[in-house]
Design a protein around this ligand. Structure first.
Ligand SMILES: O=C[C@H](O)[C@@H](O)CC(=O)C(=O)O
Ligand SMILES: [Zn+2]
Length: 277
């Protein structure tokens, strides 16, 4: 197995305004989340948020401590949320086996020293999408199945934004220090997520798009509400959303995405659509 680790720095919105497409993609788009028998991690300076993937195929993968952290084990002072986007697999946390089916989630607290990932069948691998952030205390780990995740029905077909928002890791399903995660899926024939869009100045967010068919894409919109830019995203690409940025998209086909957030408590206030620029 191999672990890959990259750093993304933070950007002032006045600087981001001057970025061309390639620079925006370099700083805010995250590729290579799932590669066979590898653990890929990207460490963002926004809220020290880590996103990545573990895709065990032929071998069991280990969540290795990263020398850069100078901690004994990966989750020391960190908490993690995991959502399986592949087929059946196992996350083994200090000997405790958690079986995750498609779209099931697992929260791991910061006292878990040893984490490994395994697929049930190599021909149908699990794909564990990972988010982690700083934790000030150790909280109990918990499995949240897709079936048990509370669902919010949002939007209308008239506005092309009818969608289901599954709340896997939110305060009323599992206690965490900072982390929140879930899945949003527009209903068939609806293009928009997170419209009206919003900004939460006190927390960052990462969107990980999946189930985008080959040859299709989503137009993810970022930037301050008066200074927006588009990032075209393909299947299994993530976008880092700084606290000063809106984050929403319209797809050219059906799609879904995992949202993950860390930072301070910040109520979400929709931004008036007529004032977007
Ligand atoms: O802060 C919350 C996040 O942006 C998402 O949960 C919103 C979302 O998925 C949607 O409205 O479609
Ligand atoms: Zn948001």
């Amino acid at each position: 197995m191999k672990s890959n680790f990259k750093i993304r720095y933070a950007t002032h919105p006045d600087d981001a305004k001057t970025y061309d497409t390639q620079r925006l993609r370099k700083d805010f788009l995250v590729n290579d989340i799932f590669t066979e028998d590898e653990v890929n991690l990207t460490y963002s300076h926004y809220d020290r948020f880590i996103m990545g993937g573990a895709m065990p195929v032929h071998e069991k993968l280990q969540l290795e401590s990263i020398p850069f952290f100078a901690t004994e084990y990966f989750l020391q002072k960190k908490e993690m949320g995991i959502i399986n986007l592949g087929q059946k697999g196992k996350v083994i946390a200090d000997g405790q086996i958690y079986e995750l089916e498609h779209k099931d989630a697992l929260y791991l607290g910061s006292d878990v020293k040893d984490v490994s990932f395994e697929s049930e069948e190599a021909s149908k691998p699990a794909k564990f999408y990972l988010n982690a952030c700083i934790a000030h205390k150790a909280l109990p780990s918990k499995l949240i199945s897709f079936a048990d995740a509370p669902v919010l029905e949002l939007g209308t077909t008239e506005e092309s934004n009818k969608r289901r928002l599954y709340q896997h890791i939110v305060p009323h399903t599992v206690e965490t220090c900072q982390l929140m995660m879930g899945i949003t899926s527009p209903e068939l024939g609806n293009a928009w997520n997170t419209m009206p869009a919003h900004v939460h100045e006190l927390r960052m967010e990462a969107y990980f798009y999946f189930d985008i068919p080959e040859g299709k894409a989503a137009a993810h919109i970022m930037g301050q509400p008066q200074e927006t830019r588009i990032l075209w995203v393909a299947n299994e690409q993530a976008v880092i959303s700084p606290p000063w940025s809106i984050h929403c998209a319209a797809g050219t086909s059906p799609y879904s995405f995992i949202w993950g957030m860390a930072g301070d408590d910040d109520p979400i206030v929709p931004y008036p659509i007529s004032e977007l620029q």
